[in-house]
Design a binder for this molecule. Sequence first.
Ligand SMILES: C[S@@+](CC[C@H](N)C(=O)[O-])C[C@H]1O[C@@H](n2cnc3c(N)ncnc32)[C@H](O)[C@@H]1O
Length: 239
Amino acid sequence: MRIDILTLFPEMFENVLGHSILKIAREKALVQYNLFNIREYAENKRCVDDRPYGGGPGMVMKPEPIFNTVEAIERETDARYKKILLTPQGSRFSQSIARDLATESHLMLICGHYEGFDERVRIGLDAMELSIGDYVLSGGEIPAMVVIDAVVRLIPGVLGDLDSTANESFNDSLLEYPQYTRPSEYKGMKVPSVLMSGNHQKIKEWQRNHAIERTLKKRPDLLNKTTETTDFADYTDKK
Ligand SMILES: C[S@@+](CC[C@H](N)C(=O)[O-])C[C@H]1O[C@@H](n2cnc3c(N)ncnc32)[C@H](O)[C@@H]1O
């Protein structure tokens, strides 16, 4: 997968893309990150934003440097890519959107700053608009990093263990079951004996029941979306 990132602050990405899973994905040649500094494509490099028409606080990102950057990329690549505008007004990013994006071969993430984009960027680019939550951050760089991290770890071959994303939270709209490692007892808290029993059938049942129980308790809203056939009312009564 090729990921193009359009930003006024490319240095912000160096650390995040250069560590852990995102770094490993690049080393395995499963992903290529390209950073584009929007300022470099502006007609006047000292002016990438301006005051809003109609008045109001702050500065708005001008359309021309963003369109110039996108068009420069389009000239050197195939047009079959997914453009994503990071904006608090976009659809809420989720694991299921991450899963869909992980099947794409080319993503372009466009990061806003200041008071955000001139509306013609939204109108003219025909991009998917994504928000990482109902709060306002200073720029689209951290949201872009969130999207990249969530997507790249789902690309086949990025994580060593093929199963490692299969039982994670939000898979089939359930939270993950509780996890334990050594030691078997810590500060008086014991690892449930079934997990040390070696009985794979019982361990699977325990994990599934605890995933359901945990989701019922912490995020009952998710259960409306699961394909689990369990009768949850019945399950709650048994607890
Ligand atoms: C200060 S925000 C602009 C907010 C805009 N004035 C509004 O009220 O909708 C600057 C930039 O940060 C990014 N941003 C802020 N919060 C975000 C969120 N929750 N999800 C995705 N991007 C966000 C966007 O790229 C946005 O253009």
